[in-house]
Design a binder for this molecule. Structure first.
Ligand code: HEM
Ligand SMILES: *[C@@H]1O[C@H](CO)[C@@H](O)[C@H](O)[C@H]1NC(C)=O
Ligand SMILES: *[C@@H]1O[C@H](CO)[C@@H](O)[C@H](O)[C@H]1NC(C)=O
Ligand SMILES: *[C@@H]1O[C@H](CO)[C@@H](O)[C@H](O)[C@H]1NC(C)=O
Ligand SMILES: *[C@@H]1O[C@H](CO)[C@@H](O)[C@H](O)[C@H]1NC(C)=O
Length: 327
């Protein structure tokens, strides 16, 4: 208890001194928080909501896992990514290039929040709904189970420029990727494990066409590149979508790492994992040890969920009836 307080005090002193976003200790988050805080069924309500949507459209599960990443990397896991534009702020994270038009699954969060508000109004934070939904999607698509601490608060600020600043674009090299993950307290090894999420879901053509035209990049399997050219014609007026993983499209599994090795992953950033001995070795290990991948993925998701950033003077809240607007 004493050490908890001293950590908090230290954080506050640092935060005030430098006006920085600082990761708080994860001590305030607890597994099963809502069981003891006025919403016994919170986790089961989220789970059944996610299940009903993901059964109909597994792509939404991919969307929810990515939503968790995009939430946590910008102002910590505070549901800032869910805030809709208002007359006072028309440049929210949601509208920024890394999220718009690609981020999906908002309707799942809306539905879960609606159910939760019926059961225990004003209790379950939207940030926790995202964290739980990503966990449930990982189970549904990958048979990956883990307990994730809850008790997060929702933020009141959403700034589109910060999404551009903190979310890595697909043309980043390994140095750049490692730096951005390190700035959020995640190691290169955790980044490699989390990248396994690119074994599900989709991508818009515009995220990788620079690797296809005018020539197929030598970092890409040439036949794969030729196939992608057919799916993503040059100068198309509509930005098409293709699946991330052409082998096991809706399974969150180690296939991603096989794709990276065979140069059949979509992004330059995916290929970049082969460019250091340590990350290349880890990719290779996961292709052979799927259970190791699942374990590391689960732990890295929990770690990502502990990114809590407190900005002095803007305390969090639990959003009311909707996750789309602050109270
Ligand atoms: C390592 C740096 C990363 C980069 C550069 C990156 C980049 C991207 C890009 C460009 C897309 C396609 C968006 C589109 O055009 O539609 C995408 C999709 C996706 N990403 Fe990442 N990502 C990274 C890490 C992660 C992490 C850490 C996760 C989660 C743990 C994740 C989960 C996903 C998922 C699930 C999709 C598919 C989304 C859908 O189908 O709706 N990514 N990523
Ligand atoms: C956002 O607001 C600014 C200033 O109020 C305005 O100039 C701009 O056109 C708005 N942008 C959008 C996309 O609505
Ligand atoms: C799911 O994972 C558990 C271990 O977490 C394992 O015992 C079980 O066989 C797996 N089920 C399937 C269908 O792969
Ligand atoms: C990655 O890109 C940055 C910025 O362009 C550059 O400084 C760095 O040397 C590159 N790293 C690698 C491994 O290519
Ligand atoms: C696409 O646009 C580029 C640049 O405007 C042009 O050089 C190229 O010929 C175009 N390709 C096709 C297939 O229209």
């Amino acid at each position: 208890m004493e050490s908890k307080i001293s950590i908090l005090v230290t954080c506050l002193i640092f935060a005030t001194a430098f006006q920085l976003l600082l990761p708080l200790s994860e001590a305030s988050l607890k597994v099963g928080y809502y069981r003891h805080h006025n919403c016994y069924r919170a986790e089961s309500i989220v789970k059944s909501t996610v299940r009903s949507f993901v059964r109909k459209d597994p792509g939404l599960g991919a969307g929810l896992i990515r939503m968790f990443f995009h939430d946590c990397f910008v102002r910590g896991c505070d549901a800032s990514v869910l805030l809709d534009p208002t007359p006072a702020n028309n440049q929210t994270e949601k509208q920024a290039i890394p999220n718009n038009p690609s981020l999906r699954g908002f309707e799942v969060i809306d539905a879960a929040k609606k159910e939760l508000e019926k059961e225990c109004p004003g209790v379950v934070s939207c940030a926790d709904i995202i964290a739980l939904a990503a966990r449930d999607a990982s189970f549904l698509l990958g048979n990956i189970s883990y307990k994730i601490p809850t008790g997060r608060l929702d933020g009141r600020i959403s700034n589109g420029a910060e999404a551009l600043q903190f979310l890595p674009p697909p043309f980043f090299n390994l140095t750049q990727l490692e730096a951005i993950f390190a700035s959020k307290g995640l190691s290169a090894a955790e980044m490699v494990a989390l990248s396994g999420a690119h074994s599900i879901g989709r991508s818009h053509c515009s995220s990788f066409t620079s690797r296809l035209y005018p020539t197929i990049d030598r970092t890409m399997n040439q036949q794969f590149g030729a196939a992608l050219r057919n799916l993503c014609p040059q100068n198309a007026t509509v930005d098409g979508v293709v699946r991330q993983d052409f082998v096991t499209a809706n399974k969150l599994d180690e296939q991603y790492y096989k794709n990276v090795e065979s140069l059949t992953a979509l992004f330059f950033s995916d290929w970049s994992l082969l460019t250091s001995p340590a990350t290349r070795q880890q990719v290779n290990t996961y292709t052979k040890e799927p259970e190791k991948f699942k374990e590391d993925f689960a732990n890295a998701m929990i770690k990502m969920g502990s990114i809590i950033e407190v900005l002095p003077g803007s305390p969090g809240e639990v959003r009311g009836a909707t996750c789309r607007f602050v109270n």
